[in-house]
Design a protein around this ligand. Sequence first.
Ligand code: APR
Length: 308
Amino acid sequence: MIKTYPKVTVVGAGNVGATTAMLLLQKDIANVVMIDVVEGIPEGKALDLMHMRSNERFGPTIIGTGDYQQTAQSDLVIITAGVPRKPGMTREDLIGINAGILHSVLERALPLSPDACYLLVTNPLDVLTNLAQETSGLSPSRLIGMGGVLDTARFVYAIAKETGAEPCEIEALVIGAHGEAMVPLPSLATVKGKPLGEVVSEESLERILQATVQGGAEIVHLLKTGSAFYAPAASIVLMAQAILDNTGEVFSSCVRLQGEYGISDVSLCVPASLGSQGVREIIELPLAPEELLLLRASAKAVKDQLEH
Ligand code: APR
């Protein structure tokens, strides 16, 4: 029997978009339509991936295109389109340019896939997710940003490096803004079932937190001409799988808060259960008082950015 796959549109055929497409295919998750403004890139990468399919024998297929009609009736639209910050460009310039790109993408994709979930990836993630929430008219539950899953992956790596434990032996979570104002939660982290605070010294914990927050910048510094894409793509695919398979799995996701954690009218990464309709439920964790303060400061930082 031939298996039928859900349809996922990946907007942006750059490093993050193409790696996401590859994982969606290789993990047998979805048929992919990959779209980009640069003619030839999505078509060429899709053809390369279809050649790869001959060897790997995965079931799903991919189309590369510049034509939005091909994206119609997608179950999920993942938006990675954007420009990176270039020398001489301010952060505000980047926000303006990427907000314009996001707006034009949503304007084209939404009418063709009105029932899809939309997963935003382009940075600055928090600001763009908030702007899209305010302008797209999409139900807040179907517009979700990817940030916390990636920050959590970096937290787990830093704990593993410092303790010698394997990632599968570590439980950890990062919430808050996807940037310097992120909020790793050491009070809830465990290593082999023991509280992180009992396993590492204060200096060691400080190094872990530093490495978590600086992980993305360290990669930018090393690569010189781009930012991370393997772990971002894997983070997207975890969330995509929960949405497409309607699993209800909980991930740190950039979602609209309306009173949860005492925060309102802003999108921020908090644990949320994801399914086919997007956000099923926002989970309110029992945070340590200082962590709650940091989360509220993170919300304020995002709101301040939105006002500028
Ligand atoms: N529509 C579709 N694609 C677009 C548009 C648009 N309006 N504008 C730009 N693009 C495409 C570019 O042509 C490029 O192929 O988006 C792609 C971005 O790819 P990269 O520059 O390789 O960036 P990448 O590393 O994939 O990161 C994409 O994800 O993690 C975030 O910070 C990262 O915001 C960045 C985004």
